[in-house]
Structure formats: structure tokens, C-alpha cells
Design a protein around this ligand. Structure first.
Ligand code: GLC
Length: 550
């Protein structure tokens, strides 16, 4: 399989990236307009979240037609142009394949509802009485995972919103249909694919209630998932393409198989364990200070585990479902710049292919919404109601949303300090963050020490130094709760990375061999004090040292 170790991928949420036609919604032409910016940043691929025809109940993850573009994003001609212009700049496009479910507005589902047996078999319909869903499973967006259809006297499964019906991958016709979708986009010149919640596609043989959880242990990494993925990749001949699977609540062993070099499934996978270290008792809707020891343990487990398994990680902090990392693990105020850079370096220098989510490269923060009307996301709106029902006050529920909502990352990209932040000429579909006058691309272009420059440097370093792309990783200071430190090593090339999690000074031991290392990157312009092997790091400092032959 192709090696993607020195590539960097940039994620675009088209709805919030750049609005070219002034309707308040980002679009494909808006992406084309910004290709030079992305080229200058140095990224190799753009992953575009879904822009296919959709009722937008889940912002495009409810696909009504996999081969057509939703008019709000533009036309097929706009897309052809975007593909051609990207190619000219040697940037590959990756499309988002939502194959676990379709929108209930998809023709297949509509025909299923109209009584066509063929299309009922495309989904997971179960007989049952109206008061008794087939299992007690919960939807990931809250409420039951089953919906009753009186006209058919059947229930259908929806692991996400009620308008996102799960597809039946046991039906060979479904698999053939989905393969055709991939072939269609391949023929258009698409260079890679991201597969949405793809480890949920294989459902269990026995349907039973879950008395321990929400049902996920029965359908996550299901019985035939590896077989289905291999078949999909093989039959569409995308083995050499960049492919990344979004793996929900997965395990290391499964990810080794999904992205192992020998398996020929996917080139890499996303897992989310490191983004749950501030979930109290594993509950996203309960706030807690991040547990840094847990974060360290998870990185060590996954990084070294995937290395031993000869498998490949997708490295990321941010995406369209996650709050902004600088608001979460960094400090938005006093150490905004320092913490954004430190977090960038920490993740980019690990073993895997890094992803940058739009706006992360300028340290965009959560938008600080204060009223429920500002939220658009279906999950956030559902959970607001659930939290109130559970007895939280409105203020408490809003505080939780302000930290956890997926809308935190979906605010318009901050290009300038103009009204609507240079994203649009009209009021955007979702409110702009309150700090765009301070945090925007224009301003960082003028600043030699900007977060944007730091990201550029990280991307360049990955291309210059093979040790970053290919080196072995080993963690240090595993007992130190303030600092994360690791080395990468490839033959004689070695680098050392240490990061201070805290908004105060922290210390770590610097081993003899690293005392003479040369600093190649950092977020403070000072020479570090190294007092007989005790290294003192400034608040949120990152230091990268190098030794050996280049
Ligand atoms: C993935 C997407 C998310 C979407 C869900 C259902 O987690 O990233 O945005 O809501 O799948 O398709």
C-alpha cells in the first residue's frame, strides 16, 4: 500500500469555509478560491465533508443522493473545476463516504417506505409491536435507535438521527451500490476517501437488549466489518488511494487490522479515545478537567501499539465534531498562542499522518455561544433538552454545550476582521465566533510568530526530516503528570519532543544524551535552562531537539 507518512491532510467543512456567492453558506467555489492559501500552507490532500444532496438534518451526513451535489454548495461544474484546480496545485481531494446510513429522503428509503421489498432489504427493518422496539439501544444523538413505521408495522434502525436509516450491509446489492458510488467519484479524479463511522457497518446476528450500555458493544467493530472493508477496497481498486476510516469506540486490535500494512483494508484510522479524557465517567455531557495522565497513557498505548502492529494512525485533535483544542486543552486567553503551538507540535510530530481542521492553523477557539438559539447542530439541540429533563438548569446546560457542542468547530472560518470575518458578505448560517477581530488569517499573515507560521513549519519539517515521517516512537517521563515527552528515531537521526501541559512552569529530567541536542523548533524564543539535567519548561512550552546525522 502507498506510504502516506510524509503527507499532511487538511479538513474542510465546506458549509463554514468560504462563501463565494453571498448567501451565508460556504460553497465549492469558495474552496477553489482558497486553494492558493492551502497550497502555501503546504498540505497534500483536502478532505471535504459531505456536500452531496441532503436535507441537512445532520449537515450533510444525511445523504439523499451520493452522486449529486446539493445546490447550496454549487454545481457539478463547480466541483469539476475544483478538482482540476486542485490537481494543478498537486493537491488531492478526498471525499467523505457516509455508507453506514442514508437519509430517509434517499430514493432507496422512500421506495422501502412505499412497500418495495427490494428496498426494504437495503435497510434494517424489523417486525414488532408499536410499543416494543426490537432492542433497547440508544441513538448516538439521544433517544431510541429504532423508529416505528405504522404503514409497514415495522421498526427501522437508526444509530444516529431518526432521518439517518442504517444500511443493511448483509445485502450484496447494497454493497454493489456503494462500490458504484466510489467508482463514480474515482472516475471524476478524486484521490482518496474518508469513510464515515465505518466500523459500525456490520451489525450483529442476534439482536439483544444491552443492559450495560447503549448497545454499541453489539454493533461496533461488528462480525464482518473487516471482510466488508476488504471487499469494498479491493473491488473498487482503491488499495493505493489514501483511505481513512472513522472508527467509533474502537479497539487497538481492530485498528491494527483496519490499517495494518498486510491487511489491505484502509491506509489509516481515526480513533477518539484521546478526546474523551475530559468526559466525566465517559459521559460527553458531563464536564471534567482533562486527565493528563490518562491522555499520556492513551497516546503511549496507541502510538506504540500501532507501531508494533505495523499499522498507521491518523493524527488529529480537531474536526467538525469536536470542540476546538485550544479551548479544551490549551488556554484561550493568556497563553493562546503558546498553547495552540504546543498542541500542534505535540500531535504533528507523532507517528502517523496529521490532519488539520480548518481554522486550527490559526488557533480558532470555541465561539462562546450563550443562548440555545445560536446552536444549529441536531445533537446539541437534542442534548440540551435531555439535560434539562435530567434536572440541569438552562445556565448549566448552556455551559455544557459551550464546552461540548459540535457547533464549536462549525463556526465560519475567520479570514479577516471584516464583518462576518471575510467568510461571507451576508449573515452566515451559524453565528461567527466573538473573537474574529483578533484571530484571523489576514492578521497572522503579517505576524512572523503566528500560529499559522508554526503550522507551516511543522508541515515543512515532516517533508524535510524522514525521522518525523518514519521514525520509531518511544515515550519518556511516563510518570510526569505535567509533561508529555517522546523521541522519534530512524537510524542515526533522532529527535526529542517535550511539551508542558500546564499554564505554569513544569520540570522534567533531560537525559545526558539529549543535553547537547540542537533546538529545531519551539514556541518560546529563549534558550532553555538546563540545570544539571533538570529542564524547566515555560507555560505550555514545546521544545524539539535534534541530534545525529540528517
Ligand atoms: C460521523 C460524522 C458526524 C456525523 C455522524 C453520522 O461521526 O463525523 O458529523 O454526525 O458520523 O453520520
Amino acid at each position: 500500500m502507498t506510504d502516506f507518512s510524509n503527507k499532511v491532510i487538511y479538513q474542510i467543512y465546506p458549509k463554514s469555509f468560504n462563501d463565494s456567492d453571498g448567501d451565508g453558506i460556504g460553497d465549492l467555489r469558495g474552496v477553489t478560491e482558497k486553494l492558493d492559501y492551502l497550497k502555501d500552507l503546504g498540505v497534500d490532500y483536502l478532505w471535504l465533508t459531505p456536500f452531496f444532496l441532503s436535507p441537512q438534518r445532520d449537515n450533510g451526513y444525511d445523504v439523499a443522493d451520493y452522486r449529486n451535489i446539493d445546490p447550496m454548495f454549487g454545481t457539478m461544474e463547480d466541483l469539476d473545476n475544483l478538482i482540476a484546480e486542485s490537481e494543478k496545485r498537486n493537491i488531492g481531494l478526498m471525499f467523505d463516504m457516509v455508507f453506514n446510513h442514508t437519509s430517509t429522503s434517499h430514493e432507496w428509503f422512500r421506495r422501502a417506505l412505499a412497500g418495495e421489498k427490494k428496498y426494504q432489504d437495503y435497510y434494517i427493518f424489523k417486525e414488532g409491536s408499536p410499543n416494543q422496539p426490537p432492542t433497547n439501544w440508544q441513538s448516538k444523538f439521544g433517544g431510541s435507535a429504532w423508529e416505528y413505521v405504522p404503514s409497514l408495522s415495522k421498526w427501522y434502525l437508526h444509530l444516529f438521527d431518526v432521518t439517518q436509516a442504517d444500511l443493511n450491509w448483509e445485502n450484496p446489492e447494497v454493497k454493489e451500490e456503494l462500490k458504484e458510488v466510489i467508482r463514480f467519484w474515482k472516475a471524476k479524479g478524486v484521490k482518496g476517501f474518508r469513510f464515515d463511522v465505518v466500523n459500525l457497518i456490520s451489525k450483529p446476528e442476534i439482536w439483544e437488549d444491552d443492559f450495560e450500555g447503549d448497545g454499541r458493544r453489539f454493533y461496533t467493530d461488528g462480525p464482518h466489518v473487516h471482510e466488508y472493508l476488504k471487499e469494498l477496497v479491493h473491488d473498487t481498486e482503491i488499495e493505493e488511494y489514501v483511505t481513512v476510516g472513522e472508527m467509533s469506540s474502537t479497539t487497538l486490535d481492530h485498528c491494527i487490522r483496519y490499517s495494518g500494512l498486510e491487511e489491505k483494508e484502509l491506509s489509516m484510522c481515526f480513533n477518539f479515545h484521546h478526546l474523551k479524557v475530559d468526559y466525566k465517567n465517559g459521559n460527553k455531557w458531563e464536564l471534567m478537567e482533562p486527565d493528563y495522565m490518562e491522555l499520556k497513557a492513551l497516546f503511549e498505548k496507541w502510538q506504540t501499539g500501532m507501531q508494533i502492529g505495523n499499522a498507521w494512525n491518523a493524527l488529529f485533535w480537531c474536526n467538525h465534531d469536536q470542540p476546538r483544542i485550544v479551548s479544551r486543552l490549551g488556554n484561550e486567553e493568556k497563553y493562546w498562542k503558546e498553547s495552540a503551538k504546543m498542541l500542534a507540535g505535540m500531535i504533528h510530530l507523532m507517528r502517523g499522518t496529521p490532519y488539520i481542521y480548518q481554522g486550527e492553523e490559526i488557533g480558532m477557539t470555541n465561539p462562546h455561544y450563550t443562548s440555545i438559539e445560536q446552536y444549529v447542530d441536531v445533537e446539541s439541540r437534542n442534548y440540551y433538552e435531555i439535560l434539562l429533563k435530567e434536572g440541569k438548569t438552562k445556565a448549566e446546560a448552556l455551559e455544557i454545550l459551550a464546552a461540548r457542542s459540535r457547533d464549536n468547530s462549525r463556526t465560519p472560518m475567520q479570514w479577516t476582521d471584516e464583518r462576518y470575518c471575510g467568510f461571507s458578505k451576508t449573515e452566515p448560517w451559524i453565528p461567527v465566533s466573538d473573537n474574529f477581530d483578533k484571530i484571523n488569517v489576514e492578521r497572522q499573515k503579517q505576524d512572523k510568530n503566528s500560529i499559522l507560521k508554526f503550522y507551516k513549519k511543522l508541515i515543512m519539517l515532516r517533508k524535510e526530516k524522514e525521522v518525523i515521517a518514519k521514525g520509531n516512537i518511544e515515550f519518556m517521563e511516563t510518570e510526569n503528570a505535567d509533561v508529555l515527552a517522546y523521541t522519534r528515531c530512524l537510524g542515526k537521526q533522532q529527535i526529542f519532543i517535550c511539551c508542558n501541559f500546564r499554564g505554569a512552569e513544569s520540570q522534567m529530567e533531560l537525559t545526558q544524551e539529549w543535553m547537547s541536542g540542537t533546538k529545531i523548533l519551539g514556541n518560546y524564543e529563549v534558550n532553555h535552562e538546563n540545570n544539571h539535567g533538570l529542564l524547566t519548561l515555560h507555560p505550555y512550552e514545546i521544545i524539539v531537539l535534534e541530534k545525529g546525522e540528517d
